[in-house]
Design a protein around this ligand. Structure first.
Ligand code: DHB
Ligand code: FE
Length: 279
């Protein structure tokens, strides 16, 4: 039986891609951000996952506003990114796992999640940059299953729905007969707003409370509807939905192995957590 061995949640700001391309990891602005990933990389070297389920939101590279699935799951043999206009170099292709993808799709659909299935899917910075932070040599040692959650165009799925999606993913992985060790990687957030009157908005108190809640009261954020989450975390801070889905996949109890919170990276309060399920 396949097993989820841990969850990593991280921000996914495009400027990270330019910093990587320019080798700015030791630059004073970037050092506290990049250094925080070292313990996570060490953990990955020890636990050696075979597959990563990557929960992220596309920002217009694969899905545009004319066609916007709430939940989309990749079932392609390979995933590539493309120029999004942020000055991020294109990264090496990611190997998919179509058999596992279709199993997850069947199980989630069986649990009444209505999915868009993607046999071709470009993956944007929200997918590629967290992968490059975890594996800087960009020789990806895992096969990937992208799971895209709409956080860019109303109506968004609720926090409760995203938590349930993660819980269903855990059951779906557990019912796969292979012996894969599965990492769940959730990207986005934390608080930020890129446009409008509140551009630059960051809410440190809320972010820290939210990170705490993922450890011992994962349903805490489900008290808020989408409008309240936007008010509390910013229009793009609502990407924290990916953190909730990731937490949902880790079972009833988790151990927090690592955390970082750093303001700002570009316009974003950048966060990182490493959580391990307690058997
Ligand atoms: C920024 C943050 C994001 O999450 C994103 O998708 C794009 C830009 C930023 O802070 O610059
Ligand atoms: Fe984003």
């Amino acid at each position: 039986m396949a097993r989820i061995i841990g969850g990593i949640t991280t921000s996914h700001v495009p400027a990270i891609g330019r910093a990587i391309a320019k080798g700015l990891q030791q630059d004073p602005y970037w050092k506290p951000f990049f250094d925080a990933y070292a313990p996570v990389r060490q953990w990955l070297g020890e636990v050696k996952p075979d597959v990563a389920i990557v929960l992220y939101n596309d920002h217009g590279l694969n899905f545009f506003l004319d066609k916007m699935p709430t939940f989309a799951v990749g079932a392609a043999p390979e995933y590539r990114n493309a120029d999004e206009g942020w000055g991020i170099p294109t990264l090496p292709a990611f190997q998919g796992d179509p058999a596992l993808s279709w199993h997850l799709i069947e199980q989630l659909t069986g649990e009444e999640f209505d999915l868009t299935t993607c046999q071709e899917m470009k993956v944007d910075h929200a997918f590629t940059l967290p992968m490059a932070l975890l594996w800087p040599d960009q020789k990806w040692p895992v096969r990937v299953v992208p799971v895209c959650i709409n956080t860019v165009q109303a109506p968004l799925p609720s926090a409760a729905r995203c938590l349930k999606l993660g819980q269903a993913l855990e059951r779906a992985v557990a019912s796969w007969p292979g012996d894969e060790r599965v990492l769940v990687l959730g990207t986005g957030g934390l608080s930020h707003q890129l446009d409008g009157e509140r551009a630059g908005f960051i809410n440190k108190d809320f972010d820290l409370r939210f990170m705490d809640s993922l450890v011992d009261s994962p349903a805490w954020a489900t008290q808020y509807n989408t409008h309240q989450l936007v008010e509390l975390a910013g229009t793009q801070g609502v990407e924290l939905l990916m953190w909730l889905a990731t937490r949902g996949a880790l079972g009833s109890q988790v151990q927090e192995l690592h955390r970082n919170y750093h303001i700002p990276i570009s316009n974003t309060a950048s966060g990182l957590m490493l959580l391990e399920p307690v058997a």
